[in-house]
Design a protein around this ligand. Structure first.
Ligand SMILES: Nc1ncnc2c1ncn2[C@@H]1O[C@H](COP(=O)(O)OP(=O)(O)OP(=O)(O)O)[C@@H](O)[C@H]1O
Ligand SMILES: [Mg+2]
Length: 256
């Protein structure tokens, strides 16, 4: 179980999607970079044994704002682990990168106490299928109510005017899940990550189109970060097994 020893002033942003390669790490490092570029004290917690976020941090040039790294996938246990997961008191924002293939039951651990839960999804049939399952699990197992509005889907690697993109958007529209961001398929994400940077820290003229796409996303995010957590956000639900198939959306209660 992931037990993040946080503190009261900490705002937690969780990036998750059990589907591999949907853009979780890319989104997490760019969120951390966005916050750091705004002179905010931010930590990036890497929960994925692949260690991609940790390697990105290791590449980060010294003359850019620091991001505190927390390696959460290390195998140590007990007191050592609690200490490793400790979030320093001066940190105000925690971005959590999660691994692929996390079981539905673990969604509870990852999402508890989150100010924002961001789900990147690619415009492909396979990914759309996977995200429908994830949203069902989030609503049922982790009791993340849509009404709370802390859950936001991000369409990632989008090429506009493609059929795949149009299908993705109409599907997400059917789910009534807010699409809080649409990010371009852009090599700028690849190049900036290679340099240990986010696109927010690249030469603006090079990333103008990408930065424009971040505006609605950060607008949504800032609002969530300012909205205090309620008892519902911190709940400890009684876990119930979720059926192994997709739950039809008209069967999902959203009023809990
Ligand atoms: N918007 C984008 N434009 C171009 N390339 C992207 C974009 N988002 C992600 N990528 C690339 O897609 C690949 C997968 O992205 P990423 O590693 O962020 O996914 P992930 O969900 O973290 O994967 P995993 O499930 O393995 O942890 C990477 O090579 C990344 O550079
Ligand atoms: Mg990853």
């Amino acid at each position: 179980m992931l037990n993040v020893p946080g503190h009261r002033k900490l705002r937690k942003i969780v990036v998750l999607n059990p589907k591999g390669g949907s853009g979780k790490t890319t989104l997490a490092i760019n969120l951390a970079g966005y916050l750091a570029a705004g002179k905010r004290r931010v930590a990036l917690m890497d929960c994925d044994p692949q260690g991609s976020a940790t390697r990105w941090l290791a590449r980060r040039p010294e003359n850019f704002p620091g991001i505190h790294g927390i390696v959460a996938y290390a195998t140590s246990t007990g007191a050592t682990r609690s200490w490793q997961l400790r979030v320093p008191q001066d940190i105000r924002y925690l971005v959590i990168d999660t691994p692929a293939a996390i079981p539905a039951q673990q969604l509870v651990d990852f999402t508890r106490g989150a100010h924002a839960i961001l789900v990147p999804v690619l415009p492909s049939n396979i990914d759309v299928h996977a995200v429908s399952r994830l949203v069902a699990d989030l609503l049922l197992t982790a009791k993340v109510s849509r009404r709370m509005g802390r859950l936001g889907v991000i369409a990632n690697r989008v090429r506009e005017n493609t059929l795949a993109y149009k299908k993705l958007m109409s599907f997400l529209d059917c789910l009534a899940i807010p699409v809080v961001g649409i990010l371009r398929d852009s090599q700028n994400y690849v190049h900036s990550a290679d340099e240990g940077l986010s696109i927010h820290e690249m030469r603006p003229s090079r990333v103008t189109k990408d930065l424009a796409r971040w505006q609605p996303l950060v607008g949504w995010l800032e609002q969530k970060l300012e909205t205090s957590l309620t008892a519902r956000d911190l709940h400890h639900p009684i876990l119930q097994p979720v059926a192994g198939s997709i739950v039809p959306f008209h069967h999902i209660r959203t009023d809990n």
